[in-house]
Design a protein around this ligand. Structure first.
Ligand code: ZN
Length: 414
C-alpha cells in the first residue's frame, strides 16, 4: 500500500502532519518523522473537504455560453438540442475531459452526471483521477431497441478503475419518460445496485403538464409509480409543496439543489428553509455549464446561501450548512465514506492557500470559503489518496483545452 505524508498542514485550527495509506486518511496527527513513499510540505495551506457535485451534465461544457438568457423550453428546443444532435463520441469525451479539468481546479472530486454515450464520460473520468457516478440517460424517444441496449449496458458494465466510477440509471424527467419506462428504470437501478437520477419539478410548466397528463404533480406521480427511494438523486425540486417534501423525506430521496441554473433559466426559487425544516436530504449541484455557466461548487454554495436569504431571512442557510450540503451530504448521496477529513475516510480533500488575499483575515475559514474565496485559493487537490492537482498543476490540462476547442470547431462545421 502506498503512503503519503502531508507535513505542516492546517486542520481545524491546528498545524499537523497527516498520513494517508492507500486511498484513506490513516493518521491525522502523525509524527513529523513518519516515513512515507511520498512527502508533501503543506506549510501555509489548510486542508478542507472536497466537493461532491450531485447534478451536472459534464459534456455540455462544450456548450458554455452557446445560448443564454432564454426560458427553459425554447433554450432546449431551439439551441441546446440542435447543437447536441451534432455531437459525436469524441466530442462527448472532449467535453467531459474539459469538465473534469474545471472540477479539479475548483476542488470537486466527484460528480453525478446525466448525459449520452456514458462510456465516453467514463473514459474521461478514469483518466482524470477523480470520481463520478455517470448517468445513462433514458427517454421514450430513443425507441425500444435502444432502451434495451442501454439497460443491458447498465446491467453488464464493469468499473475500469479501482472503485472511482459507478453508473446511474438516468431517466431524464417525467415529461420525456413514460410511467412504464420510469418503473423499468427503478427496477434496473435496484437490480444493479445503482443510483437513479432524474430532473424533478424544475419548472412550473413541468408541474402543470404532469398534473394534466397524470392527474398529479411529478413527486406524487413518481411516488405512485414506486420510483422514489434512498438510491434516488432528484435534481432541482423547485416547485413542491410541504406534503411532497414529506414524501421525499420518507423515501430517503437525495435532493440536488441547483441555484445558478434555477436563477439563470428563471425556473424558480428553491424552498431551502422548508426542506431543511422537514429534514430532507439536501445536496448541491451545478447543473451543466450551458445553464450556469461553470462547474464551480464554491460559487454555487454562495449563490445557494444568498438565494435562500432572498426568499427567507438572513439567518437561513448559514455558511456551515451549505458547506455540508456541498461536501458531506453529497458524498453520502454518492454512497462514499468521504466529504469529511477523518481517520478511515477516503482521502479526498482540497488544500487552500492561506496566503490568498481572499482568505485574509481569517476570522472564520468556513465564512471565507463560502462567501469570499474563489478557485485561485485552491492550491492542490487529493482524490482517492492521490494528487489530481499539485501546486496548481493538472496533468493534460493544455491538451484538454486544445481538444475541447477543436471539438467545438468540428461540431459547428457539421
Ligand atoms: Zn440538469
Amino acid at each position: 500500500m502506498s503512503t503519503l505524508l502531508i507535513r505542516n498542514v492546517q486542520l481545524d485550527g491546528n498545524v499537523t502532519n497527516i498520513l494517508i495509506e492507500g486511498n484513506r486518511f490513516a493518521n491525522l496527527t502523525a509524527p513529523a518523522d513518519t516515513v512515507a513513499d511520498e512527502t508533501y510540505d503543506a506549510s501555509g495551506l489548510v486542508l478542507v473537504p472536497s466537493f461532491f457535485n450531485t447534478h451536472t451534465h459534464a459534456s455540455m461544457t462544450l456548450l458554455r455560453g452557446y445560448a443564454d438568457d432564454l426560458p427553459l423550453f425554447p433554450w432546449l428546443n431551439d439551441h441546446i438540442w440542435p447543437f447536441e444532435g451534432k455531437m459525436r463520441a469524441e466530442d462527448i469525451y472532449a467535453g467531459a475531459k474539459l469538465a473534469t479539468l474545471e472540477m479539479i481546479r475548483s476542488g470537486t472530486t466527484w460528480f453525478c452526471d446525466m448525459y449520452w454515450m456514458a462510456e465516453e464520460t467514463v473514459r474521461a473520468v478514469a483518466e482524470s483521477g477523480i470520481r463520478a457516478t455517470v448517468g445513462v440517460t433514458l427517454m421514450d424517444h430513443l425507441g425500444e431497441a435502444e432502451i434495451k441496449r442501454q439497460l443491458d449496458f447498465l446491467a453488464n458494465w464493469k468499473d475500469p478503475t479501482n472503485g472511482r466510477i459507478s453508473l446511474a440509471v438516468a431517466p431524464h424527467a417525467v415529461y420525456t419518460v413514460s410511467g412504464e419506462l420510469l418503473q423499468r428504470c427503478a427496477e434496473a437501478a435496484k437490480a444493479n445496485g445503482q443510483t437513479l437520477t432524474l430532473h424533478v419539478s424544475e419548472t412550473e410548466k413541468e408541474v402543470q403538464d404532469c398534473i394534466e397528463a397524470h392527474g398529479m404533480s411529478p413527486v406524487r406521480w413518481l411516488d405512485h409509480l414506486g420510483v422514489l427511494s434512498d438510491n434516488v438523486i432528484a435534481a432541482h425540486v423547485v416547485h413542491i409543496d410541504e406534503e411532497e417534501a414529506e414524501i421525499l423525506k420518507e423515501r430517503g430521496v437525495w435532493i440536488a439543489h441547483n441555484p445558478c441554473s434555477n436563477m439563470k433559466l428563471s425556473s424558480g426559487i428553491f424552498a431551502s428553509d422548508m426542506l431543511l425544516k422537514k429534514g430532507c436530504r439536501l445536496t448541491l449541484g451545478t447543473d451543466g455549464t450551458a445553464s450556469n455557466n461553470n462547474l464551480d461548487m464554491r460559487e454555487e454554495m454562495k449563490f445557494a446561501a444568498l438565494l435562500a436569504k432572498v426568499r427567507y431571512t438572513s439567518e437561513t442557510l448559514p455558511a456551515g450548512e451549505i458547506l455540508r450540503w456541498a461536501t458531506r451530504n453529497g458524498a453520502q448521496a454518492a454512497g462514499l465514506d468521504a466529504g469529511v477529513i477523518r481517520e478511515g475516510a477516503l482521502a479526498d480533500a482540497v488544500f487552500l492557500d492561506l496566503e490568498n488575499e481572499r482568505l485574509v483575515p481569517n476570522f472564520n475559514l468556513t465564512s471565507n470559503w463560502v462567501y469570499s474565496a474563489d478557485t485561485r485559493a485552491v492550491r492542490s487537490v487529493l482524490c482517492d489518496g492521490k494528487f489530481v492537482m499539485k501546486d496548481g498543476m493538472v496533468e493534460d490540462a493544455q491538451e484538454t483545452i486544445a481538444r475541447a476547442r477543436q471539438s467545438v470547431k468540428a461540431i459547428l462545421s457539421r
